[in-house]
Write a protein of this length. Sequence first.
Length: 137
Amino acid sequence: MGWSTLSSGIKSWAWADTVFTKRGTTNLCFSIELFLKSLLVLLGKDVPKTHKLDELANLLPKKELETVRTAYAKHIQQPSFDMLLSEISQFFVKLRYEYEFDIFSINEYAVCVFADALYQHCAIRNGSNPTVKGVHV
C-alpha cells in the first residue's frame, strides 16, 4: 500500500492514531536525519554528530529549508512545518528508547509528508527523478 492510499482524506492535526507504528515513525525520523545530513554534505557543510533534526535543519541555507517547508505546506497546514520540526526533533532517540520517555501520540502523517518533501528535494538536488511509485505523498 502506497503513502497516497494510506493518507487519503487525512488532513487534520487531530489525527494522531498509529498507522505506521512507532517502529515505522522511528525509521521515518532517521530517514529525515539522513536526508538533512546528505543535504549538508552536498552543500559542503560540516555535519555534526547529532540526531536533533531542528539543529540539522537550521544548518541549511534558508533557501534550501524554504523549499522543503513549501513542499510540506502543500499537503499539511497544521501542524506547521516549524512546529512539527520542533516536536519531532528528537523522536529518533525518544522512540528507540521509548521506555525512557513519555510519548502519547505522534502525528505520523505529518512526519511522512516531511520525509517525502526532503526526499523529493534531495533527489532534485542530486539530479535524480524524485518520483518513486508507491512512495510519493
